[in-house]
Ligand binder design. Structure first.
Ligand code: FE2
Ligand code: FE2
Length: 377
C-alpha cells in the first residue's frame, strides 16, 4: 500500500499537519502562478513567513500553568473541528464570472492573503514541532499546525473555484523567512491569533444578522474557524505566562509596539479593499474599531496595557497612515524620479503617523491570576 492510498483525500479530514500538506502537495499541479506570485510578496502589509530560535522555544517549562495547559491540550486533541473545513451542502454555487470585477479582484486578494497568513502559521508551528524535543511544546505545535493546514487548504479550495490557487509547497521552499526572537514570535503570533478570532467572529455575527450580504459561502464556516484561532491564542497566552519577564519592564514597550503595528496594519490593509467591505455591508472604520475593542478586551488576559483607541489622536493618524500608504502605492506605480520622490514622501508621512499612534499613552490594568478565557463573542 502506498502513502497516497492511506492519506485521507481532503485536508479537512487530515489528523496531522503532514497528512494535510501531502494532500495539498498532490493538488499543487492545478495551482496558479499568478496567485502564488501574490503570496510570495514581502512588503510591510503582506503576510510573512517567520523563523525563530527553536532551541529557546523548546526550553519552555509549562509546569507553572500545568492545569490550564492540560485542559487546553485535551480540548485540542479532542479535535471538534475534524472534517469541518470542507465544502458540503451548505456551500452555495458562486458565479465568479458574473461577480463585479472590482469585488472579484479584492475578494481574491483577500483569500490569497488569508491563505498565506494561515499557511505562515502552519509552517512556523510545523517547524517548531519538527525541531523540538520538549513533549509539551511539540504536541502543542503539532496540533496548531494541523489546524492551520486545514484552514489554508480550505481557502485554497475556495480559490480553485475562481480558477486560482496558491502553491503552498512552492511557498514553503521559496518565500523569504523573517527571523524573530521567540519573545517577538509570542507577541506577534498571540496577537494575530486573537485578532484573527475577533475578525472572523465579527464578520460571522454581522452576516448572521444580515444574510443578504453573504456573497460567498466561506463566511458560514467562520464560527468554528475562529474557535480554532481562539485556542491558539490561549496557548500563546499560557506560554507567555510561564515567564513573567515577558510581560513586564521594558517588554511592555515591545508589547505596545506590536499592538500598534498589528492594529495599524489591519487598518491599512482593510482600507485597500473598499468593494469587498461594501459587498459585506461593513464600514471598515466601524469594523476596525469593533475588532480592536474585542482584541483589547481579550489581550487583557496577559498584557498589562491596552491601546487607547478612543484617544483623539488615534483615528486621525490611522487615516493619515492609510493616505500615506495610498501615496506610496501611487509613487510605485508611477515610477521614475517623480514616482520615487512620491514614494519617499509617503514613507515619511507613514512613519510620522505611526510614531504619533505609538506615543499615545496606553491604558494600564492589572493582569488576572489565570489567563483562561472562553470565546464569548
Ligand atoms: Fe488559522
Ligand atoms: Fe491560528
Amino acid at each position: 500500500m502506498n502513502v497516497q492510498n492511506i492519506t485521507p483525500a481532503h485536508t479537512a479530514d487530515a489528523t496531522t499537519v503532514e497528512e494535510g500538506l501531502a494532500i495539498q502537495e498532490r493538488q499543487a499541479a492545478f495551482d496558479s502562478e499568478a496567485a502564488t506570485a501574490v503570496a510570495m510578496q514581502n512588503t510591510l502589509l503582506t503576510p510573512r513567513f517567520y523563523t525563530t530560535d527553536f532551541e529557546e522555544l523548546d526550553a519552555i517549562d509549562v509546569s507553572s500553568v500545568r492545569e490550564d495547559w492540560d485542559q487546553l491540550i485535551a480540548q485540542m486533541v479532542a479535535d471538534p473541528n475534524k472534517g469541518h473545513f470542507r465544502k458540503n451542502e451548505d456551500w452555495d454555487h458562486i458565479d465568479w464570472d458574473g461577480m463585479e470585477p472590482g469585488l472579484r479582484k479584492e475578494f481574491i486578494d483577500f483569500l490569497i492573503s488569508s491563505c498565506t497568513a494561515e499557511f505562515s502559521g502552519c509552517v512556523l508551528y510545523k517547524e517548531m514541532k519538527r525541531r523540538g524535543t520538549n513533549k509539551d511544546v511539540t504536541q502543542l505545535f503539532q496540533l496548531m499546525a494541523r489546524d492551520e493546514a486545514r484552514h489554508a487548504g480550505f481557502i485554497n479550495d475556495a480559490l480553485r473555484e475562481a480558477g486560482v490557487a496558491v502553491n503552498l509547497g512552492f511557498l514553503t521552499q521559496k518565500k523569504k523567512y523573517t527571523y524573530f526572537r521567540p519573545k517577538f514570535i509570542y507577541y506577534a503570533t498571540y496577537l494575530s491569533e486573537k485578532i484573527g478570532y475577533a475578525r472572523y467572529i465579527t464578520i460571522f455575527r454581522h452576516l448572521e444578522a444580515h444574510p443578504e450580504h453573504r456573497f460567498h459561502p466561506i463566511f458560514k464556516w467562520f464560527r468554528e474557524w475562529c474557535n480554532d484561532e481562539f485556542s491558539h491564542g490561549e496557548a500563546f497566552a499560557l506560554l507567555m505566562k510561564t515567564d513573567p519577564k515577558l510581560t513586564s519592564g521594558v517588554n511592555v514597550w515591545w508589547i505596545k509596539f506590536f499592538l500598534t503595528a498589528v492594529y495599524a496594519t489591519m487598518y491599512v490593509r482593510d482600507h485597500q479593499r473598499p468593494e469587498f467591505h461594501k459587498a459585506l455591508g461593513v464600514d471598515p472604520d466601524w469594523y476596525a474599531h469593533e475588532v480592536y475593542t474585542k482584541t483589547s478586551k481579550l489581550s487583557e488576559q496577559i498584557f498589562p496595557i491596552t491601546l487607547d483607541i478612543e484617544h483623539p489622536r488615534w483615528q486621525p493618524n490611522l487615516e493619515r497612515l492609510h493616505r500615506a500608504n495610498v501615496q506610496i502605492a501611487e509613487g510605485k506605480a508611477q515610477g521614475g524620479v517623480g514616482g520615487k520622490l512620491k514614494e519617499w514622501a509617503g514613507g515619511a508621512k507613514a512613519a510620522l503617523a505611526f510614531v504619533s499612534l505609538f506615543t499615545i499613552p496606553a491604558n494600564k490594568h492589572r493582569v488576572p491570576e489565570s489567563t483562561r478565557l472562553e470565546p464569548v463573542y
